[in-house]
Design a protein around this ligand. Structure first.
Ligand code: FAD
Length: 335
């Protein structure tokens, strides 16, 4: 067996996640983060695209900053399955040797990254909320919450390559899309066999109506313990309906059973970055703030003028939400 030294690994890679040709926005966010790492290291930034009939996404990856895209198209890579995707990604890494490989901390990215890191015998930091590079050592500083979110740990992968991390959606800003930006395309053939896929997709059942994509929402109307009851959510639903927004919740509102856990914003919930975030009856605990403080505009409605949420709010309204929210809904409806 030949041993490859760490110095032979060069470049930053981002896995471009897609399902049925629909790209996951976190891929573009990671290209933005990857650009900074690549520039600091003086290396190229590449995207890795696996699938069938997905070549149309190559120009998107260039537009979001990839210098090069490695594309593997194969019918076996049509619907996502762990074994063939991991096999293709492992083989690409072994052939081209990137020093850093980033994936979105989505359910697909979490599944794939574990299989790939295991096969490569390298480390993986899952669910990162921050990345930084030390150009002198070329070590990726990977920050993530640990011990139930009570401590932020910075993790280094000193011995093995590539340094692998999954990063939560919406933690990194979306880089500007540079229309017409051209990069290089490397089509790679990998011998994949259907019988080695280990699983067969019989049918894809789309979740109708129920699926919420809080991390992609442009307007979020979030409620907290201050709502007092599940019935009062109706006022927030009306506001969200008029604005075309999505509901969100603090952990207290989720623990009260008013909304399901997938609506929870914060350190142990989802990180969001909408254009407008309404925080209604939410005090602004640090664990909530870390999940929403990067929103473009924050409107806080709280009857306590001392509530910490007002420190991050763009617009603060001191008052009872039962009076303020219907008035806002009415005003937006008229406009
Ligand atoms: P409260 O703090 O009770 O605030 C309710 C607010 O409503 C108050 O400010 C009050 O003035 C206001 N209010 C009351 N009545 C009205 C009214 N009629 N009109 C207007 N305002 C009114 N929390 C999260 O949200 N997300 C997380 O991911 C998360 N992760 C956590 C992880 C760990 C490890 C720990 C320890 C905690 C975590 N928490 C998280 C919990 C967090 O610390 C807070 O307890 C929680 O965010 C409080 O929710 P809240 O703001 O809805 O409730």
């Amino acid at each position: 067996m030949t041993t490859v030294s760490n110095a032979e690994y060069r470049g930053v890679w981002v896995f471009i996640e897609q399902v049925a040709g629909e790209p996951a926005p976190v891929s573009w966010e990671l290209l933005g983060a990857g650009r900074q790492l690549a520039d600091a290291l003086g290396v190229e930034l590449a995207g890795v695209l696996l699938g069938q009939g997905v070549a149309g996404l190559v120009s998107e990856a260039w537009a979001y900053g990839a210098d090069r895209v490695y594309l593997v198209e194969d019918p076996v890579l049509g619907p996502y399955r762990t074994a063939p995707y991991a096999r293709a990604l492992v083989e690409l890494v072994q052939r081209y040797r990137p020093e850093i490989l980033l994936l979105g901390a989505t359910s697909l990215g979490r599944d794939l990254s574990g299989a790939v890191a295991t096969a490569l015998g390298t480390g993986l930091t899952a669910d990162c909320t921050g990345l930084n590079i030390d150009p002198a050592t070329r070590l990726l500083e990977q920050t993530r919450p640990v011990f139930g979110g009570n401590v932020m740990a910075t993790i280094l992968c000193q011995r093995h390559r590539p340094q692998m991390a999954t990063v939560r959606p919406r933690v990194m800003p979306l880089p500007p899309r540079q229309e017409g930006r051209q990069g290089e395309l490397v089509r790679v053939g990998i011998a994949l066999k259907e019988e080695e896929a280990l699983a067969t997709v019989l049918k894809v059942i789309e979740e109708k109506g129920k699926a919420i994509y809080l991390d992609r929402a442009e307007i979020i109307v979030a409620g907290g313990r201050g709502l007092g009851s599940r019935e009062n959510l109706r006022l927030l639903e009306e506001l969200a309906g008029v604005l075309g927004g999505t509901l969100g919740a603090s952990r207290a509102a989720v623990e009260a059973g008013w909304l399901p856990p997938e609506y929870q914003v914060g350190q142990t919930g989802i990180t969001v970055r909408p254009k407008v975030y309404f925080a209604i009856g939410i005090s602004g605990a640090i664990q909530h703030l870390v999940g929403m403080q990067n929103s473009e505009v924050i409107v806080a409605i709280n009857k306590d003028p001392e509530a910490p949420i007002f420190k991050v709010a763009t617009y603060g309204i001191i008052g009872d939400f039962q009076e303020v929210v219907p008035a806002l809904t009415e005003e937006f409806r008229r406009q």
